[in-house]
Design a protein around this ligand. Sequence first.
Ligand code: IFM
Length: 410
Amino acid sequence: MIEFPKDFLWGAAISAYQTEGNNLNSDWWDFEKKAGLKDASGLACRHYEFFREDFALASLLNLRALRLSIEWSRIEPQAGQFCEKEIEHYREVVSVLRERNLEPVVTLHHFTNPLWFARLGGWQNKKSTDYFLRYVEKITLALCGQVRFWVTINEPMVYIYHSFILGFWPPQEKSFFKALQARNNLIKAHIKTYRLIQDIYQRKNLAKPLISIANSMQAFVPCSRSLKNRIAVYLREKYFNHVFLDRLKKSGALDFLGINYYTRSLVEVERWGLRNLFLDICKKNHSLLPKNSLGWDIYPEGMYSVLLGLAKYRLPVFILENGICTDDDSQRWDFIRGHLKSIYLAMQKGVKVWGYLYWSLMDNFEWDKGFTPRFGLIEVDYATYKRKPRDSAREFAAVCKTGRLDLDAE
Ligand code: IFM
């Protein structure tokens, strides 16, 4: 039996675009139509209408924290025009969380942008940071009385990788130069957002907010100990896992380390070359590990090594996402249990972890993979929009209630 601290924040995460439905003014809405994706987000989970019911279920599951995102394109559907009705909606969302004793963890940017912003060049535009800050100021002023935890940007390196390296997500660019430009603007946006939010709280005499990013981290495992592979692992750890944390910590713009962890990546570099060192992955399909329904290796040991690798920052960690998509719910509970064990072991080694948020509270729109991957503690029937907590949710709820986890139980 292992036991987590009494004040450990147990919870789950969602994002606006993936759950709300009808985010008509977003660049993703436009992209879905043009790219002819297998599924379009459409009504998603209709969470925009059903958020009260969803939060009631979250609190029935003994969760104490809920991470969600604000859809910028709702708040500012046209450049400089802010929509009071939508600001009021999110005020209501956050106050319902508070009524349910769910600590809100609010993300400001989770992959999507307003279409007008994308049309102005998005994160390539020199003024992108200024545009973002205008929105941040509005929403912070509206929510500051009720929100303590802020996440500026979700998985910036994942966003850059899909949008500017693979060129798969909007704006479908494929250029290292543009990737670098976007990265620099996102770093700038975070630092300025951090200062702005801190400043607003100070002016209003509110308790200091706690601000971070949601940094996606993978365990990079070389297939062989060749020099190419070892260099590749070093570069990927530095430029994928740590670059944002390093830069933000140096600027004094992090109060904690927000971490998302899902899987490992097997590194096998075919030939010398910058692109190969950064991007080559093993094609041999020789991993014997169990996989999620998208084929990602399930590797809880990676959670442990990633957490130990954060010691140099001397900041507390908050796990903002960890989860599995699967059609076999018993696999979900095994996944959670394995990862909680790794977290516990890392805590025994001195890593300070504030909390754990499972991705995701409910099934949702998994971007270009559509609605097929099922990540939810709660099942969503997309024909009726009925919600049904899974067995794994009940297992997780028991841990959330007691903080205790029996590793020997079947
Ligand atoms: O669904 C995504 C989420 O939007 C960001 N983190 C990873 C999840 C699973 O792929």
